[in-house]
Design a protein around this ligand. Structure first.
Ligand code: AHN
Ligand code: ZN
Length: 332
């Protein structure tokens, strides 16, 4: 009897092992995806202007005037593209006890029902340049042109496109707040390392704007605007949303962006998608600029005062925006 049990455990472990390698190879190789006809053309100049406007408010750090003003801008823009905009406002507690005012901004398009997808990006920017080469800058708020504004700029242009041609499925765009208020590097420890990031997405995932909100899958954009960006296959995405990752990577490659969407494993990032997966059960991937040659493994100017508008490239915004539109309008 005892042995049966042991064999069962051994078999289960082997099967888990198989599954694991099966899953990984599924995301490593490209194959030809289905792509619909008549996909709208993404406008990178428009996306770039949306990025620039956000950056010009100054750092969008919670509890500041720039943050408040940017929220009004984002909400106003989205209301111009759909009547279905919901602002989820409240307060969350930061690592240092500060009560942060936050606004998750949600815009819905297309048919109602559960056949829908979720697109996200964070719109706040980090109060600390704690990965800057200069120690004197560790507590300086960053422009967050790439880290924050780029993903939001792409999603605002996607929203404009969705307003011009209704998508075949429901699409929800969520601009998450309070993603980047995690403890500064010097104060990080085991107790505060993870769950003080993604405060807005954690709140939304536990209190969605509709009580039983569900989407087939989600795509998060994070640092999608720098010249020569490399999107490695991020670990949480690989493990919890392999088929979504494969679909998006195959489409990106198929339409000509193989130097951006690399079939290469990246590290595990505690980003907003992690909380949407954990607390809402929606498989969500993170399209995020990872760079194995940089010190942090992230975009080289990540959490530095150099994360500014100069580094934003219309070509990269185009790659990500056109890939998203192709995914959306090819869904059934
Ligand atoms: C952590 O470093 C734990 N999370 C990073 C998520 C992030 C911050 N993405 C952009 N800024
Ligand atoms: Zn950040």
């Amino acid at each position: 009897m005892k042995y049966c049990f042991l064999i069962f455990i051994a078999l289960a472990a082997m099967m888990a092992g198989c599954n694991q390698s099966g899953r990984e190879s599924a995301t490593k190789e490209k194959s030809k995806p289905y792509i619909a006809a008549d996909i709208p053309a993404f406008n990178a100049d428009s996306a770039y202007r949306y990025v620039a406007t956000q950056v010009h408010f100054g750092p969008r750090v919670n509890n500041t005037k720039a943050h408040e003003a940017c929220a009004a801008f984002l909400t106003g823009k989205l209301r111009g593209y759909t009547p279905d905009v919901f602002v989820q406002a409240g307060t969350v507690k930061a690592f240092n006890g500060t009560q942060l005012k936050f606004q998750n901004i949600i815009a819905s398009f297309g048919p109602a029902g559960n056949n829908r997808i979720l697109l996200g990006a964070h719109w706040d920017s980090r109060p600390y340049a704690d990965h800057d080469p200069e120690e004197a800058n560790y507590y300086t708020p960053i422009d967050g042109a790439n880290d924050g504004a780029s993903g939001v700029g792409v999603l605002l242009e996607v929203a404009r496109q969705l307003s011009l041609k209704p998508p075949p499925i429901g699409v929800d765009i969520i601009l998450f707040d309070a993603e980047d208020y995690g403890p500064p590097e010097a104060l990080q420890n085991k107790e505060n390392s993870a769950d003080f990031w993604g405060l807005g997405s954690q709140y939304w995932a536990k209190n969605p704007h509709h009580p039983d909100y569900y989407a087939k899958f989600g795509i998060l954009l994070d640092m999608v605007g720098a010249a020569g960006a490399t999107f490695l296959q991020e670990g949480v995405s690989r493990e919890y949303a392999p088929s979504v990752l494969k679909k998006v990577w195959d489409i990106g490659n198929q339409i000509g962006f193989s130097s951006y969407f690399l079939y290469q494993q990246g590290g595990y990032i505690t980003d907003d998608h992690y909380y949407v997966i954990r607390d809402r059960g929606i498989p969500m991937i993170d399209i995020i600029h990872l760079d194995q040659l940089s010190k942090t493994g992230m975009y080289e100017y990540w959490h530095t005062v150099e994360d500014n508008l100069d580094k934003i490239d219309r070509g990269t915004l185009q790659v990500v925006g056109q890939t998203l539109l192709t995914v959306i309008y090819s869904e059934r």
